[in-house]
Design a protein around this ligand. Sequence first.
Ligand SMILES: [Zn+2]
Length: 328
Amino acid sequence: MKNQISKVPISLIIDDPAPVVSVYHAHSETGYTLDGRPLVAHVPNDFLRAFCSVAKERGLKGKFSVIPMPGNQGDILTGLHGVEDALVKEWLELVKEQLVPAFTVGPEMLSHHKAVNIATGEAMALREDVWASTRDRTELTPYIARALSMLKEAGFEAYGVTSPWAFAIEVEDEYAAAISKAVYEVTGRTEAWYFLRSLRNVPQARPWVACEEEGRTVVSIPATTSDHFWQTINTTETSDEYVNRVADELITKDGTEGEIIRVLETGGYPILITHWQSLFSNGLGTGLRALNEVGRRIQTQLLDRVEWKSFEELLQMVVQDQKNNPKR
Ligand SMILES: [Zn+2]
C-alpha cells in the first residue's frame, strides 16, 4: 500500500441557530448584555446569508444546529410566534441549499429552553437540561425522536444531536443509548453522533465511540477549543484590531500560535466551537468577522496540515477506524 500523508481533521461546531428566534435571548435571565444593552430577540435572515458566504469563501465544514421549537415560541413546522412564516421557510431553505452537506445538521433538542411535554407540546416549568438530568432511555428516546422527526419533516436528514447546555450529562450512558435508538427509529440509520463534551487542554482530543448496542454505533464528537467569539456579545468594540485579537486566540496571523496550534501539537483534532449569538454579537456581527479572519488564517497558513470535515465525515472516520481496529 502506498503511504499517504493524511491531514488532521478540523471542524466547526455552530451551536444554537434557529430560524429568526434567538434562543439566547429567549432563555436569558436578564435580557441584557453584560455591558447593559438589551439583547436582540430576532436574528435577521441577512445574517444567515452573511454566515453562508463566510462558510463558502473559507471552505468551512462542521455541524450546524437547527432548533425545532426555539425558545418554546412555536415550532419550525407550524410557525413561530411573531415571525412571518415566509421568513422561517426562507431560513430553512438557505441552510439546506448553502450549508448542507458541508455542515451536518442536527437538532439541539426541542427548545433549548423549557422542557416540552411531548404529548401536548406545552412547555414544562423546568429547563431541558434539568429535566434530562434524572431521565433514563425510556423517556429520553421519544424526546430525542421528536426533535429528529421535526427536522426530518422540515427536509433535513438528521442522525445526530447537540446537547443544549450539558443536557443529560448526569445520565450519559442512558442518553447515548437513547440517541442510538431514536436515530434508528426515525431514520433507519445504525450510526449516530452527538455533541456534549468539551475536551480542552487534553492531549490527543478526538471523537470516540461512546456506545455500541444491538449492532448500532454512537460517536461522541467533542469540542476541543473554547468559544473565543462569545466575548463579542458583551462589547461595542468593533475595530479591526479587536477582531484580529479575538482571532489570535485561535490562530495568530503567521499560523504559529493559538489554541488550534496547541491542539495540533498534542495530537488532537481541532474541533472549534462557537454559538449563533457569538457570531451575531447582539446585532454587530463582530464575531462573524473574527470567524472570517480565523477561516482566512487557516486557509493561508494551515491547509498543508489540516482538512475541513463535516460531522458526517468525522462520524464515518471513527466508524471506519473502529472496523479496522476492533477492540477485543
Ligand atoms: Zn446551545
